[in-house]
Design a protein around this ligand. Structure first.
Ligand code: F1P
Length: 346
């Protein structure tokens, strides 16, 4: 029950209204570019946001790590929008990025959990994630709720700009409504992920590969493993493997292949074969009905079908569980990860 609450929060009880935001339909229609800026897990949510926003609203999106954005003299133009994502609403680099955007005369829409936080106060518009006050230091439900809002914002912009047909829009919304139910289903992987964590808890290096939205999940999964279990893990865009990283794969190296996007599935199967041929142990995460990983991987975890753009709400969940149980196996205190603060204000 505790895990259930951790991964999926009170979003279902909360109504998000776009009528409250100051952005006009005219402004939304005229956007040239969106800059998403955030740190850590919130940045990974932003990477998902870029894929989804570009796919449905056809607005070009850049995603920046706030500390980089802040020091690279970013070029923002009139008709740009800045989306700031921060669980705490107090992260110093993210706040500085917000101020930079405002200084350049660009509107800021923020996605924040803490009501009344500095980022919430200084933004033109705020959408709250309502993930609850008891949020953990290593973000789990903070991340999944940020994704939910990014889906909603992307679909709203798509509707206003007319880039998605009414029929498709309704299908997307229908899929979003299934989120709580499917999340519950995925959380039943709890025992399975605990078993896998027990088996692989002593790994020294873990490589997590994916493409597209699965690459964003790989980055977030890798961060979770590092943050709470202190295992060295690397996320790679699977197509990059052959450009060097493949040399690090040897007998027994754990590789987790996230392959939940229909259109990229076969490519991931090939990547899994490449690492398997070098002796890796492979755990694959795939969608029900896509069986080709069975012949390659040592273990296959299945997620419910959700359509390619919503896969990010599910593909990270087994990995959050895996990171959690790996940390427990290794005797780490998941509630007090070393060297990690709930909000990084310096
Ligand atoms: C960003 C962040 C978190 C991470 C940790 C340190 O915080 O990197 O993603 O889990 O808490 O800070 P925020 O801006 O989303 O509050």
């Amino acid at each position: 029950e505790a895990l259930r609450k951790t991964v999926f929060p009170r979003m279902t009880e909360t109504r998000i209204s776009f009528e409250d935001i100051s952005l006009t339909e005219e402004e939304i229609k005229n956007f040239n570019r969106i800059h998403i800026v955030a740190c850590g897990s919130a940045w990974h949510a932003g990477v998902v946001g870029r894929y989804v926003m570009e796919e449905v609203s056809r607005i070009p999106v850049e995603v920046d790590i706030a500390s980089e954005f802040r020091y690279r003299n970013p070029i923002l133009n009139q008709n740009d929008l800045c989306i700031i994502i921060s669980q705490s609403g107090e992260t110093a680099d993210t706040l500085a990025a917000l101020r930079e955007a405002k200084k350049q005369g660009v509107k800021v829409l923020s996605i924040v959990n803490v009501v009344g936080s500095s980022i919430a106060r200084e933004s033109d518009d705020v959408l709250y994630t309502w993930a609850g006050p008891e949020i953990a230091v290593a973000t789990t439900k903070g991340y999944t709720t940020q994704l939910s809002l990014l889906y909603l914002v992307s679909l709203y912009f798509a509707k206003v700009r007319g880039t998605v047909e009414e029929e498709h829009l309704n299908e997307y919304l229908q899929e979003l409504r299934l989120l709580p139910q499917k999340t519950e289903e995925v959380l039943k992987l709890d025992t399975k992920m605990a078993e896998l964590a027990k088996k692989y808890a002593q790994s020294e290096d873990v490589f997590i590969i994916g493409r597209g939205l699965d690459y964003a999940a790989a980055m977030e999964s890798s961060l979770k493993l590092k943050e709470i279990s202190y295992i060295h893990s690397e996320a790679y865009a699977a197509g990059e493997l052959k450009h060097g990283t493949i040399s690090l794969i040897e007998e027994g190296t754990l590789v987790i292949a996230i392959a939940t996007q229909e259109r990229l599935f076969e490519k991931l199967v090939s990547n899994a074969k490449e690492v398997k041929a070098r002796g890796a142990k492979v755990i694959a995460i795939a969608v029900e009905g896509n069986l080709a990983m069975e012949e390659v991987a040592d273990e296959v975890i299945y997620l419910p079908k959700s359509g390619d753009i919503f896969t990010s709400s599910y593909n990270v969940l087994p990995m959050q569980l895996f990171a959690y149980y790996t940390a427990v196996e290794r005797g780490c205190d998941v509630d007090k990860p070393r060297n990690l603060a709930k909000s990084v204000t310096v």
